[in-house]
Design a protein around this ligand. Structure first.
Ligand SMILES: [Zn+2]
Ligand SMILES: [Zn+2]
Length: 377
């Protein structure tokens, strides 16, 4: 069955206002609502059609998709962000639209006791802690199930009784104008149960404020942005409903030496001018302590050395990252006369042969020369 145009269904023009769409919907909904046409299948089909048109055309995103792509833009069967709303049940929207006309409530089943809220705990770790993993004691302020009444909210030795007004349904039917409207029971507020003697500890709520201490195992390799979910460790639910979850949100503090990038670690290691020239061994830091690194002769400043497997072990796979050490040559300072003299002597030996000993300078000065030649030509 091909669908009719939504604007046509509601009998409005394409450039009409949302107010006009609502007005048209209310008028048609009154005419076709199943409560006014009991057993009339055509009226029910009409009602569903106008309800769907109304839902699409009063939702800015869906309306835009419909205006551009037609039914294909909002077809729930096509997926990809299409309209996923319900066919068939007309209870929910009915309450939304007619609530303001008649002052009535939403239709629907008995109110369910709410699941507890999820909690978030921000955990700051040092890089060492994040890399090696640890067990952390977390103190979490939360709502816990009242131990005195075990979450029922009723005083010890008593129990909640079924509400006499709604007979445990949580809903009552009221007649308003043409309609029979379901409303939450005013006596028990939709719960279906009455607590005559509230618990002395939680005053009938079934939950108490409590801070709990949790021992949480943080796996090795976690990084900033990782989140650890502890199912059921959030806030207690209402009246014994399931608790929420606790999310431990990890952030890792900046480290004095290492910068982490995924599973790799970076650091800068200073070396002296003479060691860079002659080669030798230097000590480099790793998270497991110092290791020695061989530096070849004629090492230029900024050269990167890779120490395989000295990075971070991934929390998701067994892959281990590397440690990347960048050597930075230091100009010697606080030289005494003797040292200065030696350097002058050394410098004098380079005279006339500077190209041979300075691979970068050669390229640099050639470049400068070419630059000025190009400028003059
Ligand atoms: Zn209690
Ligand atoms: Zn009731």
């Amino acid at each position: 069955m091909s669908k009719r145009d939504y604007y046509e269904v509601l009998g409005v023009s394409r450039d009409t206002s949302e107010r006009e769409i609502k007005k048209a919907y209310k008028r048609l909904a009154m005419k076709f609502h199943p409560d006014r046409n009991p057993g009339d299948k055509t009226a029910e089909a009409n009602f569903k059609e106008i309800k769907e048109a109304y839902e699409i055309l009063t939702d800015a995103d869906k309306k835009a998709a419909y205006d551009q792509f037609g039914h294909a833009g909002v077809d729930p069967n096509r997926g990809g962000g299409g309209y996923g709303g319900g066919q068939g049940d007309f209870g929910d929207i009915f309450g939304d639209v007619f609530g303001d006309i008649f002052g009535g409530g939403r239709r629907g089943g008995q109110r369910q006791a709410a699941r507890g809220s999820d909690l978030r705990y921000n955990l700051e770790l040092s890089l060492e802690e994040a890399v090696k993993g640890l067990t952390k004691e977390l103190r979490i302020p939360t709502l816990a199930t009242c131990d005195l009444c075990e979450g029922s909210g009723a005083k010890k030795g008593t129990s909640a009784t079924t509400c006499g007004t709604c007979h445990g349904q949580g809903q009552v039917q009221m007649r308003q104008g043409f309609f029979a409207v379901q409303q939450p029971c005013p006596t028990c507020h939709g719960r279906g149960k009455i607590i005559k003697d509230p618990c002395t500890k939680c005053h009938g709520d079934g939950r108490v404020e409590k801070s709990k201490t949790l021992s949480v195992k943080i796996p090795a390799g976690v990084d900033t942005g990782d989140r650890i979910r502890l199912a059921g460790e959030g806030e207690a639910g209402e009246f014994g409903a399931p608790p929420g979850d606790l999310y431990v949100q990890v952030s890792v503090r900046e480290h004095a030496i290492f910068v982490r990038d995924g599973n790799n670690l970076y650091c800068e290691v200073p070396i002296s001018f003479s060691k860079a020239a002659l080669g030798g061994e230097i000590e480099v830091p790793t998270l497991d302590g110092k290791v020695s690194l061989k530096i070849p002769a004629e090492t230029q400043t900024g050269r990167m050395f890779r120490l395989r497997g000295k990075g971070v072990k991934s929390v998701r796979s067994h892959a281990v990252g590397d440690l990347l050490c960048k050597v930075v040559m230091e100009t010697p300072v606080n030289l005494n006369d003797r040292q200065k003299e030696l350097l002058r002597e050394f410098e004098a030996t380079l005279t006339g042969e500077s190209k041979k000993h300075s691979p970068k300078a050669e390229g640099f000065f050639d470049g400068v020369k070419k630059f000025f030649q190009d400028l003059n030509s």
